[in-house]
Design a protein around this ligand. Structure first.
Ligand SMILES: C[S@@+](CC[C@H](N)C(=O)[O-])C[C@H]1O[C@@H](n2cnc3c(N)ncnc32)[C@H](O)[C@@H]1O
Length: 458
């Protein structure tokens, strides 16, 4: 069964004989005109315009006719109808509306763009670089392959529970650890969690600017990149207050690209720590990640394979335990104080040349400020970082029994890292659904080790 309204045989029609619809409700912004022109140039006209024989007015395809004119074409293919004025107007609205209601499946579109990109780069198909960047960000967020907390792809992103049992304002005791459900930019949340205690290390991966993939039912609102530094100000003030005098504050955050360039808000954030809030900027660590195979032609950049971790402190004599993060290396400096074989390193050091007289071979070596891609696990949070990351910093900058705080705790990776390294961890997390995830993760961790997680674990 079908109903074909009129003779669908399109006729090659001189373009100057066509009248654009002066009352066309659909506007074609410049970028759309450019896309139609690009398509006409690459593929030729593949579907006809529709015009009313009685008036010569174009009912569907006004953008197409305008673009063809701009390209200097003298004729286009047209299907002619024989509508009265009301039917013609109604059809024009209906045609625009159906185009309006359709939408792309982002993941399928990204795949298709990749498939054809060698011959047809997205710009030729009417996509601006901004649109492509936004598309890739959305797909990353949906598939958990983005940079949220810098985590590697979660095999199956799990949403926070829609009916959480955790409640805003409540503190949950998880063995020697604690988590509070609340806003970490609010001093009273920290006070309720820490009381008189102070953190040896504050380690966190905050929500990245412009990311939407957290739990918006918790009251979380995506933060605009341009407002990020102001948004962060109360958080760093709480951190400064609750950090021990010799403590360290580590922030894992990476900016996205916008309009083809990296956003600068994370640079502003680092500068503000020093120039506005009086922190010492000690170091920038480079944490390597296994990047998701990307699409250089689409993104016009290579895949992201690292994230920074910025190290701030209040004083230069922050606690530092490099000997607890050494590793066996085939090419260690045997003159290192860690390798007593060569005791004269201090002499060499004094003489101004650390490596004079040093030999190399298998031995203990200190790490550099470039960290490896740690192993990830699926923990029920799309932006979780691997436990190995906070674990490294807990070992290098705190002692056993010290307190580590994570003000954006997500799924509780920092808590597990603290447990593994015999530190204590207090966390703040705004989403009751993610607090559930933390309590459950702690319970699973403890029970797997044959331990008793306590009544607040799930
Ligand atoms: C990047 S994720 C942290 C992921 C975490 N590192 C992990 O491994 O699971 C950021 C978290 O901060 C939480 N969050 C956002 N705004 C917050 C706020 N004002 N106070 C406390 N938590 C917040 C989000 O709900 C999200 O779970």
């Amino acid at each position: 069964m079908h109903r074909i309204a009129q003779d669908l045989q399109p006729l090659a029609t001189p373009i100057e004989g066509l009248r654009l619809d002066p009352r066309n409700a659909r506007r074609h912004p410049e970028v759309n005109m450019a896309a139609i022109q690009a398509s006409l140039e690459r593929f030729g006209q593949r579907k006809p315009a529709v015009a009313n024989r009685r008036t010569g007015i174009v009912l569907a395809g006004n953008g197409l006719v305008t673009a063809a004119r701009a390209l200097g074409w003298d004729q286009v293919a047209v299907v002619w109808t024989d509508d009265d004025e009301t039917t013609a107007t109604a059809y024009g609205i209906a045609d625009n509306r159906t185009a309006d209601l359709s939408m792309f499946d982002d993941a399928v579109l990204a795949d298709l763009l990749r498939e054809v990109e060698d011959e047809y780069p997205p710009a030729d198909l009417g996509f601006t670089l901004d649109e492509v960047e936004a598309l890739v960000r959305r797909v990353e967020a949906e598939t958990g392959t983005g940079g949220g907390g810098g985590g590697q792809p979660a095999p199956e992103p799990v949403e926070p529970s829609p009916a959480p049992v955790s409640r805003p304002g409540e503190v949950y005791q998880l063995g020697p650890h604690r988590v509070i459900c609340g806003d970490s930019r609010d001093f009273t949340t920290w006070a309720a969690l820490l009381g008189d205690e102070r953190a040896a290390l504050i380690f966190t991966s905050p929500p990245y600017a412009a990311r939407r993939d957290y739990d918006e039912t918790s009251g979380f609102q995506p933060i605009k990149a341009d407002e990020y530094v102001d948004w962060w100000e109360p958080l760093q003030a709480c951190a400064a207050h609750y950090l021990a005098a010799d403590g360290s504050f580590m922030v894992n955050i990476k900016e996205h690209a916008e309009h083809g360039t990296r956003h600068l808000y994370t640079r502003d954030l680092v500068l503000a720590h020093v120039r506005r809030w009086g922190w010492l900027f000690v170091e920038e660590f480079c944490w390597e990640r296994n990047g998701i195979p990307g699409s250089p032609q689409i993104m016009r950049r290579f895949k992201n394979q690292w994230e920074p971790v910025f190290h701030f402190a209040r004083a230069a004599d922050f606690k530092f335990r490099p000997e607890s993060v050494t590793h066996i290396s085939a090419n260690a400096v045997l003159a290192s104080p860690l390798n007593p074989k060569l005791k004269d390193l201090t002499e060499a050091g004094r003489s101004g040349d650390l490596l004079t007289g040093a030999s190399f071979g298998e031995g203990q070596a200190y790490p550099g400020n470039r960290l490896p891609p740690f192993v990830s696990e699926n923990v029920g949070h799309t932006a979780a970082f691997p436990v190995g990351l906070p674990e490294f910093f807990a070992r290098a900058f705190t002692d056993r029994g010290d307190l580590v705080v994570d003000p954006f705790m997500g799924s509780g990776s920092t808590l597990i890292a603290a447990a593994r390294t015999e530190r204590r961890c207090y966390g703040l997390e705004i989403s009751p659904g993610y607090v559930d995830v933390i309590r459950r993760r702690w319970g699973d961790y403890c029970r797997a080790l044959g331990g008793e997680p306590g009544p607040d674990a799930l």
